[in-house]
Design a protein around this ligand. Sequence first.
Ligand SMILES: [Zn+2]
Length: 274
Amino acid sequence: MNRYVNMLLQIQELEIVLKEKNLMMETVESKNRALEELCYDISGLKKELPFEVVSPFERIFNKHGLAVCPMINSTCTGCSMKLPVGVANNVLSDKNCISCPNCGRYLFYDEQLPERPGEEIKQYKGVARFSSLELMCPNVEAGTKEDLIKYVAEKTCNAGFVGDSAKFAESLLKRENLISTAVGVGIAFPHARGINACGLTLAIGTAAKGIPENGLEEDLKIFFLSAVPVYSSVFYLELVSKLANYFSKKTNREKLLKAKTPQEMWKILVLIGK
Ligand SMILES: [Zn+2]
C-alpha cells in the first residue's frame, strides 16, 4: 500500500477510536488522559505527511467521518461509485495517493479483502447497500443465540462476503459474551470488528419462535449480524441507528418476522433509510 495512504489509514483509525472513546468514556479525568495520548499520536503522524495530503483528509474526515476507504470491484466503498478505468488502474498501481472523483475519499486496494460477490454492486442508497439477498435468513431453526449466530455467520461466509466462517463466528460470540448486543424489543446486533470482509456486511436472521436471553423479559427474534472492518466503523454506527430506528416500530418488526423467504425479507430491507 502507498506509504502516505497507509499513514492516513492509521490516522483515520486513531481518529475513529478517539470519537468512540469520546462517546463512551464517562469519567472526565480518565477521558482526558486517554484522549490526550491519542491526540498526540494523531498529530505526530500528521506531521510526517505533506500538507497537500493531510488537508483534504481533514476536510473529508470532518465532513463524512471517513476519508480513506478500500476500492473493491473497481468501486469506491465510500460512495459506491464505479470508478473510471484510469482511476482504478492508478489505485492498483499504488504509486500516488488517489482520490475518488465522486466523493474525494482516498482509495486503496488490499488484495486480502475478498471481492464483493455478485455481478455488480447495485446503487442502493439505504441500509441494503451493506447487504445482499443471499444474506437474508428467515425462520432460522435454532434453540440458542449461539446456534443462530453460527448459522448466519456460515451463510455469510459461504456467500463469499467474509473470509473465514469459524473466525467470524468466534469473534461474534466473543463480543456477545463480553456484553450482550440485545437492545430490547426482541432485537440483537451481534457484530465483529476488524474482520477481513469485503466492506461492512449485514446479514439478518429471524427466529419467530423466539430465543430466550439472560436478563431480558422479551425473547430475541431478530438478529442483525454484521462484519465490521476497521475502516467501516462510522458506517456501522449509521447502519445500527437506521435499523434501530426503523424496527423500533412494532408493525415493522412484525412485517420482518412474517417474511418467510429471503426475497420477502429483502423487499423490506431495501426500503429502509433510503
Ligand atoms: Zn467515492
